[in-house]
Design a protein. Structure first.
Lengths: 127, 155
C-alpha cells in the first residue's frame, strides 16, 4: 500500500506497538512516521505528505484536539485523513472533533484487527 | 453514575492486558505483603461529575514482560530503564480510560489526565477498591480511589 501514515502518540512504546499493526495492514515501514505530540506532527506534515494520521488526544505540548483544529485551518492539508486512537470517551470532546470532520475513532484498548480494518477502510476510501 | 467493584476493575484490566499486549491475567486474592514488594507505580487522575485516581503497582519483572509484549521482542532484549516507565504509564492510561468509560457510559463527561509515575503504594485507603492479578507469573495491583483530586488540579 503506497500511503504515508503518521502515528501521533506521546508514548514511544505504544507508537512502536501501533507501528507493528500498521505494518500488518500492509504499509511499508519507511512510509510510517511517528510524532510524540501535535506540534511534532505538524512539523512532519510540513515536509512529508501524509495520507492518514492516527491521533492520540491526551498529549503534552499540543494535544490531539489542538492539532486537529490547526490541521483544519490549513487548506493545504485538507486531504489528510485522521483517525482518533485514544482512551478518550468524553462526549463533548468527541463531538467537537466530529465537528472538525473527524468521525473515525478507536478506543484503547483495541483489537489489532480493528485498527487494521479501520486503516484499510479509511485509506481504501481515499484511493 | 455507575460505580466499580474490585471484580469489575479486574475485568477491565484483564481486557486491557489482552488487547494491548496479548497478555493473559487472572484475578488472585490480594496479599498485602505482596503489594509491598511492588516497586513500580503509575497513576492517572480523572475529573468530571466526580473525580478520582487509578493507580497501578507492579514489579520490574512484570514491566519487562509488558514492554516485551508491546514491542514484540524477547524480555531479555528490553532495556527496562528506557521502556519500563513508558510501559506502566501507558497501561495506566488505558486502564484509566476504561474506568471512566465504565463510570460514565456512552454519555461520558469525564476527562482523563496524563499518567504519571508515582511512589510505591502505602496500602489501599479505606475508600479505594483494589484488585490483584497474576499475569504470567507476575503480580499487578490496580487501585481505584474515587474522590481524589481531579485531573485539572493534579500537577
Amino acid at each position: 500500500m503506497s500511503c504515508n501514515v503518521l502515528i501521533v502518540d506521546d508514548s514511544p512504546i505504544l507508537r512502536k506497538a501501533i507501528k507493528k499493526v500498521v505494518k500488518l495492514a500492509g504499509l511499508e515501514e519507511d512510509r510510517i512516521h511517528e510524532a510524540g505530540n501535535g506540534q511534532e506532527a505538524l512539523d512532519i506534515l510540513e515536509t512529508v505528505w501524509i495520507d492518514l494520521v492516527l491521533l492520540d488526544l491526551n498529549m503534552p505540548v499540543m494535544d490531539g484536539e489542538q492539532f486537529a483544529q490547526e490541521l483544519r485551518r490549513r487548506p493545504d492539508l485538507d486531504g489528510v485523513a485522521v483517525v482518533i486512537v485514544s482512551t478518550e470517551s468524553n462526549k463533548d470532546r468527541l463531538q467537537r472533533l466530529r465537528d472538525l470532520g473527524i468521525v473515525e475513532s478507536l478506543h484503547k484498548p483495541f483489537e489489532p484487527e480493528d485498527l487494521c480494518k479501520l486503516i484499510s477502510k479509511v485509506l481504501g476510501v481515499k484511493q | 453514575m455507575n460505580s466499580l467493584t474490585a471484580d469489575r476493575l479486574a475485568e477491565l484490566t484483564v481486557k486491557a492486558l489482552e488487547r494491548t499486549a496479548f497478555m493473559m491475567a487472572d484475578p488472585v486474592t490480594l496479599d498485602p505483603a505482596a503489594l509491598a514488594t511492588a516497586n513500580r507505580s503509575a497513576a492517572v487522575r480523572y475529573g468530571g461529575p466526580e473525580s478520582g485516581v487509578v493507580t497501578l503497582h507492579t514489579t520490574d519483572d512484570f514491566l519487562r514482560g509488558l514492554a516485551a509484549n508491546l514491542l514484540g521482542v524477547e524480555p531479555e532484549a528490553i532495556d527496562l530503564a528506557s521502556y519500563g516507565p513508558d510501559a506502566i504509564k501507558e497501561l495506566t492510561n488505558i486502564v484509566g480510560g476504561s474506568v471512566i468509560l465504565e463510570l460514565g457510559g456512552r454519555e461520558c463527561s469525564y476527562t482523563l489526565g496524563l499518567p504519571q509515575l508515582s511512589p510505591p503504594s502505602n496500602g489501599p485507603s479505606k475508600r479505594s477498591k483494589i484488585c490483584c492479578l497474576d499475569c504470567e507469573g507476575h503480580l499487578l495491583f490496580v487501585t481505584w480511589e474515587p474522590g481524589a483530586l481531579p485531573a485539572s488540579l493534579a500537577a
